[in-house]
Design a protein around this ligand. Structure first.
Ligand SMILES: [Zn+2]
Length: 286
């Protein structure tokens, strides 16, 4: 993710220029923005891109709204002036309008959190009624969303990567969804690689542990001269090779001995078993 532009900003930038084609949807877009406005009776946002989109939708409806900048430098609000809230309260149940309303809401107060981790999408709402309506809109579009109360504010949340992807599509952020899904794929591939690396590390650890056990067994057998001499020559040869080449893998040892890999594995296995018996005898004598 490039630092200059957050994922949220990119999605907003993708959504903002598209003024809805249908009149019903234009008002619903502004309605969505109103649902996330915390100032009572106003339509306002801290995001210029959102207020511009709403203003364009109103202009297409021949409503002469304009934008007024209010507040101090760090808490600037962009307020839509010249539009009665009743005009944009469509409460439309059409699917096209639901999408549009969610777009307006996301533009005004939506956030995509941690698009590179387990992501979620959230929209801060003005009140419980607004949050419930947005959840309802999402539900009709087959996106599971929930209302939550956080630090006195009502928030609509969409959790899980799958649902966030569906939510982005449903509000028309196709490019956003694509790059979001690409991120998910990269994440999954990366975790697959990690799993593989872990498996390989485990194999390596097992190999090293086996080598150590073999070297210990050889030391035990060599310490007992009679026992060592009683071993079949092939086992003694395998022991000598292992002691001289502690880092060799099975294939390399087998090649040095001029035998097959399974044969070498069998010899090393018998060496360890023989040392075990020798060790048992030593312990039994004590
Ligand atoms: Zn519509």
């Amino acid at each position: 993710m490039d630092g200059a532009q957050s994922f949220t900003q990119r999605v907003a930038a993708e959504l903002a220029p598209h003024t809805p084609l249908l009149a019903c949807c234009r008002r619903s877009l502004v309605e969505g923005l109103a649902l996330v406005t915390t100032t009572p009776g106003a339509i306002a946002t801290t995001r210029p891109v959102a207020v511009r989109a709403a203003m364009q939708a109103l202009h297409a409806e021949r409503i002469a709204a304009h934008v007024s900048r209010v507040g101090a430098a760090r808490r600037v609000q962009y307020v839509l002036v010249g539009v009665e809230t009743e005009v944009i309260e469509t409460r439309s149940a059409r699917v096209c309008c639901r999408r549009s309303r969610l777009r307006g809401a996301f533009l005004g107060a939506g956030r995509l959190v941690r698009p590179d981790g387990e992501p979620y999408l959230e929209i801060g709402c003005a009140d419980e009624t607004g949050a419930t309506r947005l959840v309802d809109d999402f539900a009709v579009l087959e996106v599971t969303a929930r209302t939550r109360r956080r630090r006195g504010r009502w928030v609509v949340t969409v959790r899980s990567g799958l649902a966030v992807g569906a939510a982005l599509s449903s509000i028309g952020a196709q490019a956003g969804r694509l790059s979001f899904e690409a991120g998910r794929v990269i994440r999954e591939v990366r975790s697959g690689v990690n799993r593989r690396l872990n498996a390989e590390t485990a194999n390596l650890r097992r190999t090293v542990a086996a080598g150590v056990r073999q070297l210990e067994s050889i030391a035990v057998l060599e310490a007992d001269m009679a026992r060592w001499q009683a071993l079949p020559p092939a086992l003694r040869e395998a022991a000598a090779l292992r002691a001289r080449h502690p880092d060799d893998d099975l294939a390399q040892l087998a090649e040095r001995a001029g035998c097959s890999r399974p044969a070498m594995a069998g010899r090393l296995h018998r060496l360890v078993a023989a040392a075990g018996e020798a060790g048992d005898r030593v312990r039994a004598r004590r």
